[in-house]
Design a binder for this molecule. Structure first.
Ligand SMILES: Cc1cc2nc3c(=O)[nH]c(=O)nc-3n(C[C@H](O)[C@H](O)[C@H](O)COP(=O)(O)O)c2cc1C
Length: 284
């Protein structure tokens, strides 16, 4: 891909019939091929952490942001912003703050998604209307949800262009330092990063299977009965996936419980409430 290449259409997988099988391992009864190229592209998602040196085609950033802005947004408040980091030195500094992840340093474009109530503060200043509601947890949640929906639209758009992405939750490991690096105003929080680039074809990523729908989808009321069998199956599916990727084998249930085993397993984010308050959020 070169910078002057046209932005082209939906890149569906070569073999659409396998998309459900890959998404669930063997656990999903066949629904047949995906009904259209959008769904096919969504089912083909995989996180990409290895990028080629190719630059992004011209216009990529603007199309991704237009896609992001096309997401629904609570009350049309648009409580999010995005900082596009292309300066390699800034990316390197942000990589250090995000647990030294190499892809943060090496991707050509790092998008930092901001849960942003500061624009509403400024709307209040402009109009003389109080914005004390921004001091409540509800408004932090509104901004966080808005930012996530926008980012996922950008991700789907990037993948439709044949690009790869990797979310970076580790951007929350040092919120105040990240805010300083990005020059964020008060009431703005870098909720996660998103690496974007052309996937390195020599180090391709694979579709990672998900839990069976029986563990996730409930009809009318939440029921836990189907979950234990689905989780036992999924532990095996993930072991098979890990084997195929030459990764250490571990049950998903054990790995996932471990991830929330205590404050020490949160990569410093156990102090998020105090960090957010320091950044201006009241969280009342
Ligand atoms: C909000 C969020 C934060 C994430 N943070 C990181 C991260 O810091 N580093 C990383 O390599 N992957 C990160 N990921 C990627 C997940 O590990 C990945 O989505 C998950 O393992 C499922 O794999 P898949 O996306 O390939 O299907 C993050 C994903 C999300 C949604």
């Amino acid at each position: 891909m070169n910078a002057n290449a046209p932005l082209n259409v939906l890149a569906a997988d070569a073999n659409p019939a396998t998309s459900l099988e890959q998404r669930y391992g063997a656990a999903m009864p066949s629904l047949g091929a995906a009904p259209n190229a959008v769904i096919e592209s969504l089912l083909g998602h995989r996180t990409v952490r290895a990028f080629s040196d190719s630059p992004l085609p011209e216009g990529t950033l603007e199309w991704l942001v237009a896609s992001a802005q096309s997401a629904a947004t609570s009350s049309n408040l648009q409580c999010w912003s995005v900082v596009a980091v292309q300066d390699p030195q800034r990316r390197a500094r942000l990589s250090v703050l995000a647990n030294n992840q190499a892809h943060v340093r090496d991707c050509p474009l790092l998008l930092i998604w901001i849960a942003d109530l500061s624009r509403l503060d400024r709307a209040g200043e402009k109009t003389g209307i109080a914005t004390a509601g921004n001091q409540y947890l509800e408004m932090f949640l509104v901004a966080a949800v808005d930012a996530a929906l926008a980012a996922q639209n950008a991700t789907a758009a990037a993948e439709s262009l044949g690009l790869g992405t990797c979310y970076i939750g580790a951007m929350r490991n040092h919120p105040e330092k990240v805010a300083q690096e990005l020059g964020l105003p008060s009431d703005a929080f870098a909720i996660f990063g998103l690496c974007v680039g052309v996937p390195d074809e020599t180090r391709p990523a694979s579709v990672k299977p998900r839990l069976a729908q029986s563990a996730i989808l409930h009809h009318e009321q939440y029921r836990v009965e189907n979950e234990p069998a689905a989780v036992v199956d999924y532990d095996q599916v993930m072991r098979g996936f890990q084997r195929s990727q030459n990764m250490k084998e571990v049950d998903w249930s054990a790995q996932s419980a471990e991830r929330v085993s205590g404050p020490g397993s949160l990569s410093g984010r156990d102090r998020l409430v105090s960090a957010l308050r320091a950044l201006g959020f009241g969280l009342e």
